[in-house]
Design a protein around this ligand. Structure first.
Ligand code: PMP
Length: 313
């Protein structure tokens, strides 16, 4: 992944503005209580076409609306508002490469407000060059966190809300301090939820299993794309959404994690126990390759994942 950069522009309440001009007050609800919801999507740069393709943009937008609804953030932003915002921002920025795009809706004023007349909402879209779509599959060493993934009655994990990331941040700090790449969090029942930013799949005896939404996970877009690839293109395998227990992580033949930013990564060690192969397994490798070929436009977009962004040069 590329080093983080501060882009010169951001889309803020309807306009592309210099990065420094997109400000809220320290006493805004988004600042003091993290009342905001956001998305993270990828815009893949297709060199030959000289334009980006947004991956699963409609699904990300639908999840943004779902997050705002569950968090009771009243707003009137439409698909077109965000769609036009993304294309004007990407075109204004000085990058012509793969980008990570972060639309956000937040409450600025209105203490605990949930009625349109009681709050001021705002929106912004940031976009960063992040690299990605590399040929080599990353291998991660992880630990099971001592932190529990929040539950549906605490901070509902199915949505992407800023405050949900306090839980994941603690797990990530613990992993970093423990000298591993990431953490796997268990839910309130003690079964596997997800990593701090990706969904988890395990492969055992011809079965590919991933925890269901009711295991306390984000309704991940990449997870649904990967499930499509597995179900449509690996029909000999049994693909199941079911609870995964901690000790299954120690005996799985393959484990992989997937998410928009992470893309696909092999998990090769859990709690200092290396998987038998200690390298990306055959199913992980096949799915990662297929995923990459589609998002880069090397293979036909048979599942309709990509939406082109017109490039203004
Ligand atoms: N779980 C968590 C906690 C995440 O933050 C992410 C990244 N958005 C994911 C899973 C993967 O979701 P998606 O595929 O929609 O990016």
């Amino acid at each position: 992944m590329r080093e983080p950069v501060t882009p010169p522009y951001i889309f803020f309440n309807g306009d592309v503005v210099p990065w420094e001009q997109a400000t809220v007050h320290v006493w805004s609800e988004t600042a003091i209580r993290a009342i905001n919801v956001f998305e993270g999507l990828r815009a893949y740069w297709h060199e030959g076409e000289n334009r980006w393709h947004l991956r699963a943009w409609r699904q990300h937008f639908d999840r943004l609306m779902q997050s705002a609804r569950i968090m009771r953030i009243p707003h009137s932003y439409s698909f077109e508002d965000f769609d036009q915002g993304i294309s004007s921002l990407l075109n204004a920025l000085p990058y012509r490469e793969h980008m990570y795009v972060r639309p956000t809706i937040y409450i600025e004023r209105g203490r605990y407000g949930f009625r349109p007349e009681d709050v001021t909402t705002g929106m912004h879209i940031a976009a960063f060059p992040v690299g990605g779509a590399e040929e080599a599959i990353r291998s991660l060493r992880v630990r099971v966190s001592t932190w529990r993934r929040s539950g549906d009655l605490d901070a509902p994990p199915r949505i992407k809300a800023g405050p949900n990331y306090h839980n994941l941040r603690l797990a990530q700090i613990e992993a970093q301090q423990g000298g591993v790449d990431d953490a796997i969090l268990l839910n309130n029942r003690g079964t596997v939820a997800e990593t701090t930013g990706a969904s988890v799949f395990i492969v055992r005896d011809g079965i590919v299993a991933t925890p269901p939404f009711s295991s306390g996970i984000l309704e991940s877009v990449t997870r649904s794309l990967v499930l499509t690839l597995l179900r449509e293109e690996h029909k000999h395998l049994d693909i199941v959404e079911r609870e995964v227990e901690r000790t299954e992580l120690y005996v799985a033949k393959e484990i992989f994690a997937c998410g928009t930013l992470l893309e696909m990564a092999a998990i090769v060690e859990v709690d200092s126990i290396p998987l038998d192969s200690n390298k990306p397994g055959p199913i992980t490798t096949a799915i990662a390759k297929r995923y990459r070929d589609i998002v880069l436009g090397h293979s036909e977009d048979v599942y309709g994942w990509l939406t082109p962004v017109e490039s203004v040069t």
